[in-house]
Design a protein around this ligand. Structure first.
Ligand SMILES: Nc1ncnc2c1ncn2[C@@H]1O[C@H](COP(=O)(O)OP(=O)(O)OP(=O)(O)O)[C@@H](O)[C@H]1O
Length: 229
């Protein structure tokens, strides 16, 4: 579904991604882990086209996309749940769910409300009237509305109370059952390990470790050395 081959990216003169290679298979859930500032968000930005790639290749469904603008990548079937959620404060929940272009209609409003009953209840509330957890549900629901084949999530648990982190985990499990491919950037290791099939760990702009999620769950030495857990 997605493959990065030796991807490099810069912010000005700072060489942030220094040769990232990773794969997400069809229907696979992959977590991208690593300490603060190692380049996880920059990797997501490179995949979605929000930062340009200075070297290397990004393939989406076997097509090189590194020169495509972000909107075209979205139309090809990439959905993004951005860090910080990106909720519009003044639009209602329903309005925000109607914004994305319909790609073949798999995730109708009815389907979305069935998966997120709280959004049906809150459908007339403005974005800034929602709790952090409700905003996160809306960010995930909005990304699903464009019927992505690959869903990219950048720290969906950030700033949420433990109850809501658990709920995000349940929602990701539900989405996983729909056979979507998912790339999940997460600081919360137990959330990541509860949904991911496979994990990559980044350090200083490169991937330094790759293994099945179940293996990392048992490997306290690697957790400590590369994630500081
Ligand atoms: N707009 C920017 N301009 C310059 N440097 C940036 C910019 N955004 C991020 N950086 C730097 O790039 C590096 C990687 O940042 P990135 O946000 O990708 O890390 P991260 O692994 O996602 O960490 P976090 O979880 O803290 O967001 C950091 O050193 C950061 O300071």
């Amino acid at each position: 579904m997605l493959e990065l081959r030796d991807v490099h990216a810069h912010y000005g003169s700072s060489h942030i991604l220094q040769g990232v290679s990773l794969r997400v298979g069809a229907g696979e859930v992959v977590a991208l882990l690593g300490r603060n500032g190692v380049g996880k968000t920059t990797t997501i930005r490179a995949i979605t086209g929000l930062i340009s790639v200075s070297r290397g290749e990004i393939l989406f469904k076997d097509t090189p996309i590194q020169d495509e603008p972000p909107y075209r990548r979205a139309r090809m079937g990439m959905g993004l749940v951005p860090q910080g959620r990106g909720i519009y404060p003044n639009l209602s929940v329903r309005e925000q769910l109607l914004l994305p272009p319909d790609r073949n209609g798999r995730w109708s409003l009815q389907e979305i409300y069935a998966l997120f009953p709280i959004l049906r209840e809150r459908r007339r509330h403005a974005g800034d009237q929602l709790s952090g957890g409700e905003q996160q549900m809306l960010a995930i629901a909005r990304a699903l509305r464009s019927n992505p084949e690959l869903l990219l999530l950048d720290e969906p648990s950030e700033g949420l109370a433990p109850m809501m982190v658990k709920r995000v985990g349940e929602v990701l499990q539900d989405i996983k059952r729909q056979e979507l491919s998912i790339l999940l950037v997460e600081q919360n290791l137990s959330l990541a390990l509860s949904v991911a099939d496979r994990v990559y760990i980044m350090n200083k702009g490169v991937i330094v470790h790759e293994c099945p999620a179940a293996e990392l769950a048992q490997d306290e030495e690697t957790q400590h050395r590369l994630l500081g857990v």
